[in-house]
Unconditional design. Sequence first.
Length: 247
Amino acid sequence: MIAKAAFLTALSRTDTPRRETLRRELARQNAGQSADAARPTLVLASASPRRLMLLAQVGVEPDALRPSSIDESARRGEMPRAYAARIARAKAETARDQIANDKDIASAYVLAADTVVAVGRRILMKPSNIEEAANCLQLLSGRAHRVLTSVCLITPDDRVRHKIVDTRVRFKHLSREEIEAYIASREWRGKAGGYAIQGLAGSFVQKIVGSYTSVVGLPLTEVVTMLAGEGFPIHFAWVRAAELDPT
């Protein structure tokens, strides 16, 4: 019975990648070395132009993009907060496993995020067609909803840091004409909840309590704090920019 229990425990472990990788070898070699020993690299587990734009705003340019093709379906009865946390971590772990034997970026920090729009317990996924997009806007019209962005950072030695930013957004009442015009703009495509606050839909927002950049897709205050706290030299780029442009 003891041997069987040990076998089942081994099968249930999720510390992937399980086999020896270049990433793990480098983590052992770099243990105890100063943070200045080599220039840290950063991999973003996304190809979102919005997240790239936000990172550029704080002087960060990822060394590589590794968008993850994972199943983003919500589980039955899954709450929005739990869903966002699960998907962000899955994206980060998938990207980490993709680079684990890449000699150029095997020891990179891996950053992932997932943004969820929720009304109560209901998760509003990215609309796949015009009808779904119109339904999202009708549901959000004249009421408040939550936007949760979960951020997951995996350090070069595979420590995981996680943060969820919860923001409340209130829409004005949307007329039929406004909804139809917004649908026609096609800005809703690929957006959680069927809208982009940084675009035309910014005119729908009456009130926001929380992080604007989180609603766009990446909470900058939390990301910068997280990266700096784990030794990524995020502020070096700020000083470097001043040296290059002293005016």
